[in-house]
Ligand binder design. Sequence first.
Ligand code: GUN
Length: 303
Amino acid sequence: MGVLDGKLVAEKIQQEIGLEIERLRNERRVVPGLVVIMVGDDPASSSYVNSKNKLAEKMGILSRLVKLPGNAAEAEVIQSIAAANSDPLIHAILVQMPLPRHIDPWGVIDHIAPEKDVDAFHPFNQGLILQNRGRIFPCTPLGVMRILDHYGIDPAGMNAAVVGRSFLVGKPMAVMLSNRNATVTLCHSRTAGLTGILRESGLVVAAVGKPGFITAEMVKPGAVLIDVGINHINKEADFDKHCPRSQYEAFQKKGSVITGDIHYQAFAKAVHYTPVPGGVGPLTVTMLMHNTVELCKRQLRDA
Ligand code: GUN
């Protein structure tokens, strides 16, 4: 059983991106620019947005935050997108999800210029991925692919189960694995016979947002387990249910810990697995920087 160390992979990719940024600065006199548009002040989103800004700054990416109040109208969000679409210093636009309930995410995403769509959420970019000619890929599934590649895990020919069908992670993940010749079953929390499907799957990607949803008895011995879940545990009873004793000291000290969608006891059956924290998480924000640089390079090429 081996840990797939996301932090290590993220650091290696950050070094590569750093060289690209330096090259763009020296040879083209261009600094890649990212704008993050956030509506409201959901604490989890604020924490993601902070870590995005921090890494962008550290890497020498121009990072701008547009913060709109939680009751902002859809038209205001669209206006911010339009401003970023026509700003020559901005190469990448991210609208932080989830948006407040009164805003239709598609109504917003449709307005992002596809060439500045750093999440690859625009239907044009998602369509290209579906047709196996994607240019830009959503950050989390791209991070998963980079972990698999780093450790030489080739999905070709594997039975892969993706649990969770969000447009952020599950759906593009399933398509990307299929494009790499895995046989993919796209499941979700209400899939009938989920245990039977997982027990036949050599690769499982869990992205349901439910702590410990995939338990040890659901997992095929020798499987590769990729855990995308980030669940905050702050109650003692939940800790006992979902977390190993080795995290208890941290839980007591901070009052909360994060845990994934795969129960920790399942990892004992895996040949390789990503831990939470320290697995897929560090890759997501790193791939955002990668995509920002990629979009910048493409725009220079197409100019
Ligand atoms: N919210 C959680 N993950 C993401 C992401 O990858 N992109 C955006 N835009 N919002 C998110």
